[in-house]
Design a protein around this ligand. Structure first.
Ligand code: ADP
Ligand code: G6P
Length: 483
């Protein structure tokens, strides 16, 4: 239960993200808090639980002011969004302009000046909150595409702070980024930071190329020199990859829990104990390639290359951004595809796709990972994809196979996966069959290799690396001077 006595105004460490780690459950009559959706919260919450600090963010409800509160050892400092902010800043500019633009324009981004104005206004509100909460010379860590102007705004308000920024999603190639009418403002906003982290080396390189191309600033290696100007004081910025990860020890512990192991067995029974259980776990988002996955699966069944007696696909999709048109469309398309595949069956008992449009507690998610022989991660573009890493972390017996899109950040670390190009349905089908038919020794060898990787690359190591580098830059600004 939340308590209200917390020390504020003197935080030495401040996390800033659009979302707080918890949001209000609209279906809960007691108006309780639940874990917010998405990979950012999954990754950053354990970091915050292990460290004193304040988390600035939004509660997920419009037009309601909340006092600061503490939950699970995390001190939360809520920022209020009006319904108009939700419409224009969150649903509009963040999720109908930036999200599709940064994910390879899988759907067309929309550009509206009123949305941009709201984005500036809300970023200012977050920056003002940082200035209020942070102690002298504190470290501030700003997260993700919703808040790209915050580093510059904070630097102006509080030049004493060490400012880090981490981009959880891809940073697009210059040719796509250049579409954005406010491209220069976004670049200047980010350059207010001392250190900017990206998921992949390619994302960092795309950013530096945009900085050279649009602003004409010199870059050397990962260092950008910001010259003295109207927008920012002269300083050096590092833009580098820091691939994010998961709380591996925690997941391994859950995967050992006898209750969860029992539940995994039960799940297999509930879907009819087929030889092969396949699993997909995603937010309901057009970037995740759920339609492509279903198309491939449906064709394999129709061609008799997979037998409906043998396999079941469990597809879990968390509701996400449901008022947006493109999210209504993807949900509709997915549900149509599920209905088609199941409807093709002759036998009343055959239900090859079990589709669940819900979110589940961590224990239940772990049981699903344990129940699955084959995990399907087929995103068309994804900054990292934590689900892939979570599946691997749970496979303590080194069994199970991962089918992984080459367009995820995770593909750079999980080399033991069956790599697929989800745009190529033939390749996707071949990948799924390869995973289903893989002999035990190969499976074990490949899973072992991937498990080793997630055992060392934990989220706690990720945050330590990022914060150590940020501290180093702040303490030794001369050390990053390009010669
Ligand atoms: P994204 O951040 O785009 O949603 P990620 O794969 O990086 O994608 O992170 C998603 C996170 O949300 C993972 O930690 C995953 O376990 C969790 N998750 C996904 N679907 C559900 C669900 N239906 N219920 C509970 N947690 C979910
Ligand atoms: C991704 C983004 C996060 C976002 C999450 C959930 O993980 O990188 O910034 O919080 O999706 O999306 P939502 O719009 O519900 O916050």
């Amino acid at each position: 239960e939340p308590s209200t006595e917390i020390p504020y105004g003197d935080s030495d460490f401040v996390v800033v993200a659009n979302r707080l780690p918890v949001d209000r459950d609209p279906d809960d009559e007691n108006r309780g808090w639940r874990t917010s959706p998405g990979g950012l919260v999954t990754a950053v919450a354990p970091v915050m639980k292990a460290q004193e600090g304040a988390w600035i963010g939004w509660t997920g409800v419009a037009d309601e002011d909340f006092e600061p509160f503490t939950i699970d050892g995390m001190h939360l400092s809520p920022v209020t969004l009006t319904s108009e902010d939700v419409l224009r800043y969150y649903e509009g500019f963040s999720n109908a302009t930036l999200w599709p633009l940064y994910h390879d324009v899988i759907v067309p981004p929309e550009y509206h000046r009123t949305w941009w104005d709201a984005y500036v206004r809300v970023n200012e509100r977050f920056a003002a909150k940082v200035a209020e909460v942070a102690a002298q010379s504190a470290t501030v860590w700003v997260h993700d595409y919703q808040l790209q102007l915050v580093p510059q705004m904070v630097r102006r308000l509080r030049p004493d702070l060490a400012i880090g920024f981490f981009n959880h999603i891809p940073f697009p190639p210059y040719e796509l980024f250049a579409q954005l009418p406010w491209r220069d403002e976004i670049l200047r906003g980010l350059l207010g930071a001392d250190l900017i982290g990206f998921q992949r080396p390619a994302d960092a390189a795309n950013f530096r190329r945009a900085v050279r191309g649009r602003l004409g600033y010199a870059t050397k290696g990962s260092t950008v020199s910001v010259p003295p100007g109207d927008f920012l004081p002269a300083h050096l910025v590092r833009a580098e990859p820091f691939p994010i990860s998961i709380d591996t020890p925690y997941l391994e512990e859950l995967a050992r829990d006898p209750k969860i192991l029992e539940r995994a067995k039960q799940i297999r029974e509930e879907v009819g104990n087929p030889r092969v259980v396949m699993l997909g776990v995603d937010r309901m988002d057009y970037t995740k390639g759920i339609r492509h996955r279903l198309k491939a699966f449906g064709e394999l069944l129709a061609e008799g290359r997979l037998d409906v007696e043998d396999v079941v696909l469990i597809q879990i999709a968390t509701p996400s951004r449901e008022r947006l048109e493109q999210y209504k469309i993807i949900r509709h398309d997915v549900e149509l595809a599920v209905g088609r595949i199941n409807g093709e069956q002759v036998d009343v008992g055959s239900i090859p796709v079990r589709y669940l449009h819900h979110s589940y507690p961590r224990d239940e998610m772990t049981a699903f990972f344990l129940a699955a022989d084959v995990m399907l991660v087929t995103a068309l573009r994804d900054g990292m994809n934590l689900v892939a890493k979570e599946y691997v972390a749970c496979r303590r017996r080194d069994d199970g196979a991962l089918v992984l899109s080459e367009f995820t950040g995770a593909a750079e670390q999980l080399k033991g996966a069956v790599m697929v190009n989800p745009h190529d349905i033939a390749d996707l089908k071949a990948g799924i069959l390869e995973a289903v038919q893989m002999d035990e020794r190969t499976r074990t060898r490949r899973m072992k290799q991937m498990r080793k990787r997630v055992a060392t690359d934990t989220v706690s190591r990720w945050s330590k690396n990022f914060l150590a580098e940020l501290e180093h830059i702040k303490d030794n600004p001369e050390s990053i001077v390009p010669e």
